[in-house]
Design a protein around this ligand. Structure first.
Ligand code: C2E
Ligand code: CA
Ligand code: CA
Ligand code: CA
Length: 272
């Protein structure tokens, strides 16, 4: 029903009571106006062949004063159904660009909601953030889902074209869970696809692998696209994906999402 092909691990977001939803909405409004409740974590992704860090994905975290840490799987959909996703998304992007400007990080990936891409001024808002933070557009990648293409093709396309014209990369997130994936690869210029965790999860052994992932990798190869596999948790998954030619790996096996101090420490270690 959320239209994103989201992989829910628990039923809670589905039956969140109206009262809880509005408490989260009010809390989020408060969090956006307060220092310290929202934080950006960074999850590195690595080259499958060399194991060098290729980039990192920004993932928002919310430390609620009484509820504790609330998952973005819960509050991002609520932000999307209210008018909070735009300020939230812009806050994440600005915070991440500001932090990453100082790091020797090749690519910073930021998630962008379909709702944000519906705003005709979205690309200009991104350019304003790049100007304010001095972040090089060639080092920025936006992760969008197929839902964006379906629900707001009219504004989505010019936004993505404007971003690309300045060197920003486009990644298609949760690939394989959406509607008619092949059509979108042809219609929209994307640089990378991210194979959804549900497919990676299904890999039981390096030998058996996954026919679906092989097919996606063939398709990507033929289309000249980079591929990241997300949710890599086991050695067998990593082995199969590397052998099958997947460019980049992301998942708990390699690194968990971490606060900016922790990823900055990784760079400092690598430099000494
Ligand atoms: P996503 O974009 O598909 O992000 C990947 C999610 O998988 C993240 O969950 C990440 O922590 C988790 N993950 C990474 N590696 C593994 C693994 O090996 N195993 C498992 N089980 N999980 C792994 P997270 O951080 O809870 O975010 C959930 C979703 O919330 C994201 O899914 C994304 O759709 C959304 N989200 C997070 N931050 C933002 C944001 O700043 N803006 C927007 N629009 N959405 C965001
Ligand atoms: Ca993502
Ligand atoms: Ca994803
Ligand atoms: Ca996913």
């Amino acid at each position: 029903r959320q239209g994103k092909g989201r992989y829910l691990h628990f039923a809670e977001p589905m039956d969140l009571s109206i009262r809880r939803r509005s408490a989260i909405e009010a809390g989020l409004r408060e969090a956006l106006a307060t220092e310290g409740q929202l934080e950006v974590y960074y999850q590195p992704l690595y080259s499958s062949r060399t194991r060098a860090m290729k980039g990192a994905e920004a993932l928002v975290r919310w430390h609620h004063p009484s509820l504790g840490t609330v998952s973005p799987a819960i509050f991002v959909p609520i932000a999307e159904s209210t008018n909070l996703i735009a300020p939230l998304g812009e806050w994440v992007m600005e915070e991440a660009c500001r932090a990453a400007a100082a790091w020797p990080l090749r690519l910073l990936s930021v998630n962008v909601s379909a709702v944000q891409l519906r705003d005709p001024d979205f690309a200009d808002k991104v350019f304003a953030i790049l100007d304010r933070t001095g972040f090089d557009p060639h080092r920025l990648e936006v992760e969008v889902t197929e839902t964006s293409f379906i629900e707001n093709a009219r504004h989505c396309r010019p936004n993505l074209q404007a971003l690309r014209a300045r060197g920003v990369k486009i990644a298609l997130d949760d690939f394989g869970t959406g509607y008619s994936s092949l059509t979108h690869l042809q219609q929209f210029d994307v640089d990378r696809i991210k194979i959804d965790r549900s497919f990676v999860n299904a890999i039981q052994s390096a030998d058996a692998g996954s026919p679906i992932i092989r097919a996606i990798l063939d398709l990507a190869d033929a289309s000249g696209l980079d591929v990241t596999a997300e949710g890599v948790e086991t050695q067998a998954q990593s082995e199969f994906l590397t052998q099958a030619g997947c460019d980049a790996l992301q998942g708990y096996l390699l690194a968990r999402p971490m606060p900016k101090e922790a990823i900055a420490a990784l760079f400092a270690d690598a430099a000494t």
